[in-house]
Design a protein around this ligand. Structure first.
Ligand SMILES: [Fe+2]
Length: 442
């Protein structure tokens, strides 16, 4: 079965084939050069090349399977199966490998329809008094504490699900500051009108960009990838990431917290070609490839590009080109800059979601937002992630609570947020103050 994107035109998402495609400041350039030199000095040409060859060989298998199975790659679970403990070890293992899955019926449809109606009213009545993007066709509203978001985040099923998802990761018993108990991270909300094209979020990976190579803790979390044995990387080791500085470089796209999985909770129906999300159903081979890519240059002959052995190791720090990496944005990817990923065939649209369904993807998973929305109604989602308890996460969410209780946007909302307490219909945490306070780390 061909991937849905293969059947139609690839959206006009940017390509990152030359340094000109990724503008950087002089200061950034020096940082890129130093970052590249440090990785090479630590691991050397031999180990990096071994990893490159192995990873590209593994990608041949990964991509063949995705092209064959397309959206059957994405596990579909039901909330009631999670509650009843009916998810098999086999399904769990599969979900961990693909790094993405759907959980249906987390919030019942009637409640969800009401939540959407409330959001619709809130955003209409307050129009012009909050920020949104893209400017020409707003669909993502940088509101963080509407009654709808607050209710969707604290729904008992949602909390149970977040805990279950956090438990897909592991940590040592001595990490007494870590637990699967969910913390609430306040993100924005989307109400995308029918017919609106959107090219703002092409293929990308969240959880920072250059910090994956530049932050010593983050780099260490990927040690086997650089050390010549990429198969051994453990992308579910929470201890390895709990102290990562995801916001090492300032940028609106970067979150301060560690999210085990990012998620969408659908407030309305969404479907392929109707404003949904596209996921690349693989975690560890894709991230290994992205991490290794800046150290190799493609062959000049385009017919040899898919032959990994034809790529040249590039030790020169003056040519520090990290394709798709801008310090202030999420890690971008493109079809030409990351050819072995076969993005045009392997980015899979998630199956149709009904109101109250959720979709989740690992923090290293490549994803994109549907460029099209040819449906008839709003495609609306609340961004709700699974955030485990760690010392750093708690520090952030405590601060977040204090700001939001006062009506202010959370720190990560930055200059895009407004004083929401001035908006009509704002209730803050008055409905569930004690619960929210606890879920924000107090
Ligand atoms: Fe994203």
């Amino acid at each position: 079965m061909p991937g849905i994107l293969a059947a139609r035109e690839w959206p006009a998402w940017p390509e990152f084939v030359s340094p000109k495609d990724v503008p950087t400041s002089a200061a950034d350039e020096a940082t890129f050069q130093a970052t590249k030199a440090a990785v090479i000095q630590e691991y050397g040409e031999k180990a990096l090349t071994e990893s490159w060859i192995q990873t590209c060989a593994e990608l041949e298998k990964v991509t063949a399977e995705i092209v064959d199975k397309d959206r059957d790659m994405i596990s579909i679970l039901k909330m009631e199966d999670i509650v009843a403990g009916r998810v098999s070890d086999e399904t769990r293992a599969r979900m961990k490998e693909t790094g993405c899955f759907v959980v249906q019926n987390v919030i019942d449809p009637a409640t969800t329809n009401q939540l959407f109606a409330d959001l619709d009213r809130f955003t209409e009545v307050n129009k012009g008094r909050y920020r949104s993007w893209p400017e020409d066709n707003p669909s993502i509203f940088t509101l963080f504490n509407t009654p709808t978001q607050n209710a969707a985040r604290t729904h008992p099923n949602q909390l149970q699900l977040m805990k279950w998802i956090n438990n897909l990761w592991h940590w040592s018993e001595s990490s007494t500051d870590v637990s699967a108990e969910p913390l609430l991270y306040a993100d924005a909300v989307r109400k995308r009108p029918a017919g609106s094209p959107f090219l703002g979020l092409g293929p990308h990976i969240d959880g920072g960009s250059l910090c994956r190579w530049a932050d010593p803790v983050y780099k260490k979390a990927y040690h086997p990838v650089f050390a010549g044995n990429p198969e051994e990387v453990d992308v579910y080791d929470l201890d390895a990431r709990k102290n990562v500085k995801f916001d090492l470089f300032p940028g609106r796209a970067h979150t301060s917290v560690f999210r085990s999985f990012q998620g969408w909770t659908a407030l309305t129906r969404t479907a392929p070609r109707e404003g949904t999300i596209l996921l690349y159903p693989n975690v560890k081979t894709v991230i290994a490839y992205v991490l290794l890519r800046p150290f190799f240059q493609p062959p000049e002959d385009p017919s040899k590009v898919m032959d990994a052995s034809q790529w040249k190791f590039d030790p020169n720090p003056d040519q520090a080109f990290f394709p798709g990496t801008k310090t202030w944005e999420s890690q971008r990817l493109s079809a030409l800059s990351h050819p072995h990923l076969r993005l045009k065939e392997c980015l899979v649209a998630v199956p149709e979601l009904q109101p109250g369904d959720t979709v989740w993807w690992h923090t290293d998973v490549c994803h994109a937002v549907d460029a099209e929305h040819i449906g008839k109604d709003y495609a609306s989602v609340v961004y709700i992630a699974a955030v485990p308890t760690t010392t750093a996460n708690k520090e952030y969410t405590q601060q977040q609570y204090l700001q939001m209780a006062a009506g202010l946007p959370p720190k990560d909302g930055g200059e895009m947020g407004v004083d929401e307490s001035k908006l009509e219909g704002w209730t803050g945490f008055s409905e569930n103050s004690e619960l929210v306070k606890r879920l924000m780390g107090f």
